[in-house]
Ligand binder design. Sequence first.
Ligand code: PHE
Length: 451
Amino acid sequence: MKRERWTSSLGFVAAAAGSAVGLVNIWRFPYIVGEHGGAAFIVVYIGFLVLIGFPVLISEVLIGQSAKQGPARALKTLSGSNTWGSVGKGICVTGFIVSSFYSVVAGWMLGYLVLSLTGGLHSAESMSSARLLFESKLGSSSWCLAYHALFMGLAASLLVLGVRRGIEAVNRYCMPILVVLLVALAAWGISLPGGSSALHFLVTPDWSQLTPIAILTALGHAFFTLSLGQGTMITYGSYLKGKENLTRTCAPIVFFDTAISLLAAVAVISLVLAGGEEPAGGPGLVFFTLPAAFAAIPGGQVVAVGFFLLVVLAALTSQISAMEPLINHLVNDRGWKRRKAVLLSAGGGFLLGIPSALSFNLLSGWTIGGKTFFDWISFLTTDVLIPLGGLAAVLFVGWKWGIKGALDQLAERDGTITFSGRTLRTYLNVCVRFAAPLLIVVVLLANLGIV
Ligand code: PHE
């Protein structure tokens, strides 16, 4: 079967940006900025994007583009080594596991979108009633399972359409809608009474809040937000036609992802302040601080619909990107029909997601070491497997393949001078070979509680 390709490099940029922009930008970034002191955290975070985010991204896209294969085969093809082949297969599995619990959390957002459309958020007039509402929703196993199933079904119905008509098309439509919604929300937030304090909070660094935990959080976040370490960018890179200048294609992805996070922080923090709430509200910021704020602001119910629609669109384009590495493997390496491959990965992801969805209700008492199934699976992937996948990519490009050989080979084959310019080469050389592996190892050790 002929391998599908993006229609153009813009198709790739839209899809990769859609993958990068997700729950983590809109749900997590505003509250971690809120907790870790605003501008100081943002500065450190941007530093990590430069030191590891961009170099790992470019390494992954380079692997996919050169091998014209997804993670399950690319490392083996490029190195001829079976060990690297197994690493590639492992990376593919990480994406599948991520898709199982990402769908659960995205399902809550979908549920909140429905609540905001049906007027169900009315009851969340204060922080405490909004919290009660959230707890009652999460406490219902049928609510969690139904929205998990619905969200997974939505993702599958888009994936069935293929790389161009499914993934590329949905991103080309969703990304502009998302930007318009977010800009409107941020502009509205700034115009409210809390607006100027929100901006002040986001541009005035409070260096005293920059604890080691804050620095590690920034580092881990830089990684997860770019969808690295789990085969997505290798797979998306493999659908590139092969004449691209990777620096020029990858830089806008990082830029766009960061811009969306910053806009989300402006929107969420100003709305929260306008509603008289605190920005350091933790993971509940979106689920109870914000609904309580919406209730307190005139026209807040309409804004709530726009906000949850925005989050659902962002999560959907990320979800399909977490599922695609496995689908790509089944279709292109094993000759399966796309429909069958999508059915298997969505069905399997749904089943594996069930205990995660039930971790907040029926199975909340099932804990090992104080962690529920959901906690363990998100720890295993985001804190261990994803950093390992990213480490594998930079070690592969920097040491196994050899960065000089990798870049020269690409430049030569493409007939374009990819990574031209001494400064750029030196920067990538240092980051891919030294800075990124070192920092990733630090994160891993910290996540495992070793340092
Ligand atoms: N980048 C996505 C986000 O910010 C998360 C994600 C990670 C999605 C890995 C797919 C794969 O929400």
